[in-house]
Design a protein. Structure first.
Length: 58
């Protein structure tokens, strides 16, 4: 049952986001972690500063 739910959820996500994979961000990390503490926000900012140039091919 849990496996089937995961499969269905993944299938729906892929249906909505497949064309964007490797083309644009498919997860909004800022929204996901909104409201967390300042130290965690700093870690996310550091992560994004590394990932965004790699994703954009810089």
């Amino acid at each position: 049952m849990l496996r089937d739910m995961g499969h269905e959820t993944a299938s729906r996500w892929l249906g909505r986001n497949f064309a964007d994979i490797d083309a644009r961000s498919t997860v909004d990390l800022r929204e996901m972690f909104e409201g967390i503490g300042a130290q965690s926000q700093s870690l996310i900012q550091n992560y994004l500063s590394i990932i965004n140039p790699l994703r954009d091919g810089v």
